[in-house]
Design a protein around this ligand. Structure first.
Ligand code: NAD
Ligand code: GLY
Length: 363
């Protein structure tokens, strides 16, 4: 087992990574607090892993809140139902919420924990690759709004993150690939050696080789822990982790939550960010093509955005991106494969070229 730490003074917390950790009965006990622990999961993950988590929680286990599966349910309506459930169960300030699921469950449960009675204890047990390498670490919690992705939320750190790599065995391959988009993101942002390691081990990674997966998750969690420790609330450095997200969030919102997977839209967004970087002469045409090649050829992740989103739709949705300042959209762009930069000075003409190129740019 590997143990990493997110260093945030008195709010520091461990990330445990390893195969079979859900069977490590005492592992969560120090992080549970005095009250009952309620598991928040969904109707896909609960039948697979709820029983073993119940055993882990032992006498602390107080019940489960089972949400309908899917991004379409990452809404304030779902949060409200969780509050109803907690109030009916007389959950108090000593209560712990345990998120058992992918990024959707983690983001929802985290936001419910951040806001119920002004904040209760919260643990993360991520069960998708995406959640294990990204969303369970760092304390971004929240839900979608019809007009924008992840627009309602809070920064709220868990007390610990428990990553059992064996649960990935039941994850559909399309979800594995969507998670790999966020993994490749770390390489593109600031880890060129990791990017090279990923491409040379692509076959083993796609075959879910245990050793390679554990290593990959460790590297990503360490990268995230370092960035979050330096810039918890995204004043600067952490924004780099949004590579591909400005375009990707617009694609996700415009195409309807749940139509495309979050990781897939991030992949599409990273290809568009590489295209824009090329138009700004930050990347060469060969480098931009290499970004697309890693995603599409090495890892067979779809990178072509849906054709029906117009340039005007993109501009409208991106103008409310959380990185926007005084109405100006800011982008994470690439200076090389392994060096991302934040730019607020992108000429509208070049942005329009990237948007209008649409499917063409991805050919
Ligand atoms: P998800 O939570 O919808 O999970 C994907 C699918 O896999 C779901 O159908 C789920 O029920 C199923 N599943 C989960 N674990 C499984 C398992 N072990 N076996 C079989 N099926 C399993 O999607 P996701 O990709 O994990 O997360 C995407 C969400 O994460 C988005 O809402 C995105 O905005 C959010 N996100 C948040 C952060 C953050 O920092 N908080 C970072 C990245 C993404
Ligand atoms: N997923 C990007 C972040 O947590 O900042």
């Amino acid at each position: 087992m590997e143990t990493l730490s997110v260093e945030l003074s008195e709010r520091s917390y461990p990330i445990f990574i390893g195969p079979g950790l859900l069977n490590d009965a005492g592992r969560l006990r120090p992080y549970l607090g005095r009250g009952r622990a309620f598991v928040v999961s969904n109707d896909i993950v609960a039948p697979l892993y709820l029983n073993v988590v119940k055993q882990m929680l032992g006498e602390s286990y107080g019940g489960e809140i089972i949400l309908p599966d899917g991004e379409a349910h990452k809404t304030l309506g779902t949060i409200s139902k969780i509050y109803d459930w907690l109030l009916r169960a007389k959950a108090d300030r000593q209560t712990t919420l345990v998120a058992l699921g992918g990024g959707v469950v983690g983001d929802i449960a985290g936001f419910a924990a951040a806001t119920y009675q002004r904040g209760i204890n919260f643990l993360q047990i991520p069960t998708t690759l995406l959640a294990q390498v990204d969303s369970s670490v760092g304390g971004k919690t929240g839900v979608n709004h019809p007009l924008g992705k992840n627009m309602i939320g809070a920064f709220y750190q868990p007390k610990c993150v428990l990553i059992d790599t064996q649960v990935l065995e039941t994850l559909p391959q399309r979800e594995v690939k969507a998670g790999l988009a966020e993994v490749i993101k770390y390489g593109l942002v600031n880890q060129p050696e990791f990017l090279a390691w990923l491409t040379s081990n692509a076959e083993d990674i796609l075959a879910l080789d245990d050793e390679k997966l554990t290593e990959l998750i460790r590297v990503c969690c360490q990268a995230k822990a370092d960035i979050v420790a330096a810039d918890e609330r995204e004043a600067g450095l952490r924004a780099l982790l949004n590579l591909g997200h400005t375009f990707g969030h617009a694609i996700e919102t415009a195409s309807g939550y749940g139509t495309l997977l979050h990781g897939e839209t991030v992949a599409m967004g990273m290809v568009m960010a590489a295209d824009l970087s090329r138009r700004l002469d930050l990347l060469t045409a060969e480098q931009a093509a290499e970004v697309r090649g890693i995603l599409e050829n090495d890892f067979s992740i779809p990178v072509i955005p849906p054709g029906q989103i117009s340039a005007e739709d993109y501009l409208d949705l991106m103008s409310s991106d959380k990185k926007a300042e005084q109405g100006k959209i800011r982008f994470i762009l690439l200076k090389s494969l392994g060096h991302a930069v934040l730019r607020g000075d992108v000429p509208l003409k070049l942005l329009r070229e990237t948007l209008s190129a649409g499917e063409e740019l991805c050919r």
